[in-house]
Structure formats: C-alpha cells, structure tokens
Design a protein around this ligand. Structure first.
Ligand code: MG
Ligand code: MG
Length: 250
C-alpha cells in the first residue's frame, strides 16, 4: 500500500478526530487512582468516545475493549477486566476513535498514586524519546531518522526498546503504511512529505526489550516482567515543525 498524502480536507478530519480523542484522554487521566478496575476505565472510555460522537477504533479491530489498559510489565494491548489498580502501579492507556471516517490514536502512561523513582524516570524518558524522534519528522527528512533518534535516546540511557511492535501511518485506516520502528535502522527509509500522518509510539522497557505474548491473544508483556511505558501521538508532517494532532494539555 502506498503511503497516503492527506488533502487539506482530510487533514481537517484528522485534526478533529484527534482533538476529540484528546478530550477523552483529559477525562480518563482524572479517574486513574488506586482501586479503580481496568474495566471501569474501559467503560468510561466508551462513554467518552460516544459523547464525542466517535466510534472506538480498537473495538472495530477486534480488541475486547475501547481502550488498552496495560499495567506495569504489560507493554501494550492489556485487556480491560477485574484488575484493580494499586498504589505504585503505572498504567498505559492506548486509545483511538473514528470520526467522519478518520482515525485518531494516542497513548499515555500514568502513575497510580505515588510511584517509584525508577518508574517515574522510565515514563519521562519514554515521553522525551517521542519528542526527540519528531525533531526529524518533517518533509525532506527520512523516516528512519525518527527511528534512530528514538532508539538511541532510550538505549543510551540504559532502557530497552520494543522491536516487535512499531508505529504506523494512520488515516482512513488505523494502521496504514509506513511502519515506524522505534530502534536504529540500517536503511534511510521513506522520504517524508507534507501531508503524511503518522502515529509515533515508543514502547520502552526498564530491562530487556524482548516481549512475550500472553495466551489471551492480545497482552504483550516484557520477558523479564520489568515495567514498560508507552507514549504515542498522531502527527502531521509539514514543511516545518510537525503538528501534533493528538497532544493533550500536559
Ligand atoms: Mg495507539
Ligand atoms: Mg498506534
């Protein structure tokens, strides 16, 4: 599949879809606390997405929830259920919606009450690596400059970079070409052009980058069961600075 260049009209739809997702995240952040179950978070995500006039895109992809709730050693695709959050946990929420046929996609890792300095640092480096990567997300640069920047930033600080899962193009489909790895690549990759929309999503671990896929068919956990963090935004490539379409007020 060729990498799509969005028209002004499509960019407008992408902005709106992601803007509404931003509102969903703003509200979800407020309910994260010890005692809440991941199912309750999912229920609230569904309600909020509906309130925004959107459709939860993960449900359409076959995932058993409107939001992925990945706790501690769970990297991504944690299934909402009976698990109650505990003080000291970190939880990654990965969520997206469809509005007017266009997808939005973002992820954040949140602290549950007071967390260890180790976990706080992991969350911080994960988020910083996203911003390090998108310094190269502009027309004329090559895709893998983003991958290299993210990977080098994390690995030079002693963190693991998940290789089994990557970022992606996004638009009328949740996952479009190209794939956007978060670790150093041998080739330069695609030449970026204005109008491309990408979901950039470093998944960073405290220990090994290797992961296991659980028997539930979805949940991805670190092989050493050390914690992982996830930070994702949908961005628009322009001739200058990229526009972060899904950025919440942080
Ligand atoms: Mg996502
Ligand atoms: Mg994504």
């Amino acid at each position: 599949m060729a990498v799509s260049i969005k028209t002004e009209r499509e960019i407008g739809y992408m902005r709106e879809s992601n803007h509404r997702l931003e509102k969903v995240f703003d509200a979800l952040e407020k309910i994260i606390r010890p005692g809440i179950t991941t199912r309750e978070i999912d229920r609230e995500a569904r309600r909020l997405i509906q309130e925004q006039g959107g459709v939860p895109n993960f449900v359409k992809e076959g995932f058993p929830g409107a939001v992925c709730t990945s706790v501690n050693e769970e990297v991504v695709h944690g299934i909402p259920g009976d698990r109650a959050l505990q003080e000291g946990d970190i939880i990654s929420l990965d969520c997206g919606l469809i509005l007017n046929g266009y997808h939005s996609d973002a992820a954040r890792t949140y602290a549950v009450g007071e967390i260890s300095e180790e976990k706080r640092k992991l969350m911080q480096v994960t988020k910083e690596s996203f911003f390090e990567g998108i310094r190269y997300a502009r027309a004329g640069h090559h895709l893998h400059e983003i991958s290299n920047a993210i990977g080098d930033y994390c690995e030079s600080r002693g963190y693991g970079v998940v290789r089994d899962l990557v970022g992606h193009g996004i638009g009328r489909e949740l996952h479009e070409d190209p794939q956007v790895p978060n670790f150093r690549q041998k080739s330069r990759g695609l030449r970026l052009a204005a109008g491309m929309t990408l979901a950039i999503e470093p998944m960073i671990t405290q220990g090994t980058w290797e992961v296991d896929w659980l028997d539930d068919g979805w949940t991805v956990v670190t092989k050493d069961r050390k914690p992982a963090a996830h930070y994702e935004n949908t961005i628009l490539i322009t001739d200058g600075e990229p526009e972060i379409l899904s950025r919440t007020h942080e």
